[in-house]
Design a protein around this ligand. Structure first.
Ligand code: GLU
Length: 463
């Protein structure tokens, strides 16, 4: 049984890098019919964990990930941690350390002046002297004094740490008796029955400490997968400016959940040279052992490309539904299909889509001066006047783009006019600038009556 987890610290939002490890953990559990659990690492009680959970739930809902069971809050498990601390003390695998801050500072200075790695020297490890009265002790775990800590990382291969180089008897309970980070992570990962831990490789240096705890308590060690970081295009750690932002910001920017997940799965994992993955394909093909060993770079053009792909390939009803978030309500519009068809090949984001649609649906308030000067000379004005008259008196139905195409072609034929003489002036009249989707789509969306009104409005405003 594969059980994975996502274990964020409560920051109040889910960032894009966190979502990637959550996605990997989710896929691996679901693919194997296992469980994907959520644990909020809120031992720092100053942070608001409820808000953080809500933020994660909101983001998970947006992208369509779901966790199993109840959320585990570390802040509610202090009694459990205390019990294990006591067990280790009773078994002589941990001990009280009464070293004062000043003592430890002196030790550290002495070590650094000898160019040694600062580390606790074990002075209370097997202490039998008089216990200082004025110091609230911490609890330290007895770490092996020599040898190696090794594990086979699912991404990085064999990882081997020399105990003497990196560890000391680290603190598992502070002087106020609160448990420390690596201790509680190990306890919870065990008690929650985790088989596979997929997390950022910024946690790699925590793993040997967690293994010390596992070993001291006789717990089985889970399989670890340490995923390389996401870098910015300059090879530096991804910062907020590069896109390491709240997942929900991507919703506001108009990215579709499919595009975000597709982008994230490829950011650190690949299958042949395939770029597009549906959720079903992700479930079928993802295996954490294929996660790239080297860091991957965040590439916003790729995200745009994927988003454009998903917009283009979505059903109209879906797009219509999504556009509501951008204040565009076209469910009741008789041309909604035409609107979607006209724009879905052009928009990179849903936000852009909504803006483009509004540009067509709302009568222009102003006209782009450059376009007016360039395209609306006297000849063009005359052509527009004639065109309006023609459209007004056209005997057949004018509904679909093809109807407008037929009518317009007939008009051009009768008056010996070329498309290039007509298209840009019409665009300026319809949307206020010379940039728009296909003229016939635009005319059809606006409809005969308003087409006439808009041409008349333009002619009046430039006469
Ligand atoms: N709470 C840690 C974080 O948000 C993750 C810990 C883990 O995955 O072991 O980075």
């Amino acid at each position: 049984m594969i059980t994975t987890r996502f274990a964020p610290s409560p920051t109040g939002y889910l960032h894009i890098g966190g979502l990637r490890t959550a996605l990997y953990s989710y896929l691996w559990a679901r693919k194997n019919g296992g469980k994907f659990l959520l644990r909020i690492e809120d031992t720092d009680l100053k942070r608001n964990s409820l808000e953080a959970t809500q933020a994660i739930e909101e983001a998970f809902k947006f992208v369509g990930l779901a966790y199993d069971g109840e959320v585990v809050y570390q802040s509610k498990r202090f009694d459990i941690y205390k019990k294990y601390i006591q067990q280790l003390l009773d078994e002589d695998k941990a001990y009280y350390c009464y070293a004062s801050k000043e003592e430890l500072n002196i030790l550290r200075e002495a070590q650094s002046s000898k160019k040694q790695r600062p580390k606790y020297d074990g002075r209370y490890r097997d202490f039998s002297g008089e216990i200082p009265k004025d110091v609230e002790p911490v609890v330290r775990i007895k770490t092996p004094l020599s040898g190696k800590i090794e594990f086979e990382d699912g991404v990085k291969g064999l990882i081997s740490f020399n105990v003497e180089d990196i560890l000391d008897d680290f603190i598992i309970a502070r002087s106020d008796s609160s448990p420390t980070y690596n201790f509680v992570v190990a306890i919870d990962d065990h008690l929650m029955g985790l088989s596979d831990i997929i997390r950022g490789d910024d946690h790699l240096s925590n793993t040997p400490k967690q293994i010390v705890v596992y070993n001291a308590l006789g717990f089985d060690i889970p399989k670890f997968y340490h995923v390389p970081m996401i870098l910015n295009p300059n090879g530096k750690k991804l910062s907020k400016r590069d896109g390491a932002t709240n997942v929900m910001d991507y919703k506001t920017m108009g990215y579709m959940p499919e595009a975000i997940l597709n982008f994230l799965i490829r950011l650190g994992w690949s299958f042949k040279d395939q770029e597009i993955f549906s959720l079903d394909e992700m479930l079928e093909l993802f295996d954490p052992k294929d996660i790239n060993r080297s860091a991957s770079a965040f590439n916003s053009e790729k995200l745009d490309w994927l988003n454009a792909h998903y917009i283009k390939n979505s059903k109209s009803e879906r797009i219509v539904e999504e556009l509501k978030f951008f204040d565009l309500h076209i469910c009741g519009h008789d041309k909604k299909e035409i609107i979607v068809d006209a724009l879905k090949e052009r928009a990179k984001t849903l936000k852009e889509f909504a803006m483009m649609a509004k540009k067509i649906l709302d009568e222009p308030e102003t006209y782009d001066e450059k376009a007016v000067n360039k395209f609306l000379n006297d000849e063009a004005k005359e052509i527009l006047e004639k065109y309006v008259e023609f459209i007004n008196n056209y005997g057949k139905d004018l509904h679909l783009p093809i109807d407008f195409e037929e009518a317009t072609k007939l008009f051009m034929q009768i008056n010996d006019i070329k498309m290039k003489q007509l298209a840009q002036p019409i665009r300026v009249a319809m949307v206020g600038s010379a940039v728009s989707p296909s003229v016939y789509d635009v005319l059809s969306i606006i409809g005969r009556e308003d087409v006439v009104k808009r041409v008349e409005k333009l002619l009046k405003s430039i006469s």
